[in-house]
Design a protein around this ligand. Structure first.
Ligand code: ADE
Ligand code: ZN
Length: 349
């Protein structure tokens, strides 16, 4: 496809306006401090923070685990179906304003079942918000994630409990503390999930080594790798990811806040694209990392000097990497073309 030339000063507005798919967003990570306090009050949950400001102040992370400790504590205010509905509804409304046309949303049932909340409560609330978003023109699906710091047995129990609601989620993933919990710990769980016909994704190579990405591909048969930025340390892996167009769902602000890179200017997103990988941009946990998907685009582009051509590639990759039907992908790609043409036109006076 021939790309219209875009003036560099129009790039930030183009990044915001272009249609895109979000493929790596933990719904619990969209819980803003304001909502944590509102839900704590609604549900009578005591918080170890006196104010919204004090809570926000605690968001100073040094690595993945330091974030996860606060993230799981924040999720403790989610108790009722309505809470899960409100959370997902708020995210999807925000995503629509950022021109997200399709979202595949992660949720962590074990974070909630450990507190006595039923899987049915979680899934019913989230699923209803997705249905409402679809009715308003945003495509939305759910992906159930297993917490990798817990056991294989607990993952199997979670799967069993969720199966009565299997029509409400399209895939399964693997998240939480990466180092020390390699993908092959869950080989049998994912084999069962594949038999059941679920799409497979897995966090790998966020902080963990390239070997975890190989395992996610070869053992779990992951169709996408979440993060995957450590792949650059293994040339053979990079070749495989490029040759097979295995998508990476990259989250620049997350990587910055969790110190995967010393700063955004040193992020390797451009290098991944240059190597021919199907990289995408996503927000991971927007309430904790300082921005939703468009902030991720804006800030990584500003820091690394990427161009409109790369913006096009990332948006097109997001459709290709999605589990949406080919006809929807083609429709979104056509909208991408129209948006670029609109931005190529001289600015109206
Ligand atoms: N759960 C929420 N965000 C995560 C991340 N960045 N890595 C692993 N697990 C997560
Ligand atoms: Zn994640």
């Amino acid at each position: 496809m021939k790309l219209p030339a875009i003036a560099p000063d129009r790039l930030p507005a183009l990044l915001a306006a272009m249609p895109k798919a979000e493929l790596h967003m933990h719904i619990e990570g969209s819980l803003e401090p304001e909502m944590i306090f509102a839900l704590a009050e609604r549900n009578g949950v005591a918080l170890p923070y006196a104010s919204i400001e004090e809570l926000r102040h605690a968001y100073a992370f040094t690595d993945l685990q330091s974030f996860l400790d606060i993230y799981y504590a924040g999720a403790s205010v989610l108790l009722k179906e309505e809470d899960f509905y409100d959370l997902a509804q708020a995210y999807l409304a925000r995503a629509a304003t950022e021109n997200v046309v399709h979202a595949e949303i992660f949720f962590d049932p074990q974070t909630h079942t450990a507190r006595g909340v039923g899987v049915d409560t979680v899934i019913r609330g989230l699923s209803r918000a997705c249905a409402d978003a679809r009715a308003q023109g945003t495509s939305a699906e759910l992906i159930l994630c297993f917490l990798r710091h817990l056991s294989e047995r607990e993952a199997f129990e979670t799967l069993e409990a969720a199966l009565p609601f299997r029509d409400h989620f399209i895939g399964v993933g693997l998240d939480s503390s990466e180092v020390g919990h390699p993908p092959d710990k869950f080989a049998r769980v994912f084999a069962r999930c594949r038999e059941l016909g679920f799409h497979i994704v897995a966090h790998a190579g966020e902080e963990g080594p390239p070997a975890y990405i190989w395992q996610a591909l070869d053992v779990l048969k992951a169709e996408r790798i979440d993060h995957g930025v450590q792949a650059v340390h293994d040339a053979a892996l990079m070749q495989r990811l490029a040759a097979e167009r295995v998508p990476l769902t990259v989250c620049p602000l997350s990587n910055q806040k969790l110190r995967v890179f010393p700063d955004l200017a040193q992020h390797n997103l451009k290098r991944l694209l240059d190597a021919g990988l199907c990289a995408t941009v996503n927000s991971d946990d927007p309430a904790y990392f300082g921005g939703h998907i468009n902030a991720n685009f804006q800030q990584v582009f500003a820091a690394t000097g990427m161009t409109a051509e790369q913006a096009w590639q990332l948006a097109a990759n997001s459709f290709e990497a999605s589990f949406a039907p080919a006809a929807d992908q083609a429709r979104w790609l056509a909208r991408l073309q129209t948006t670029f043409e609109r931005f190529a036109a001289p600015a109206e006076i």
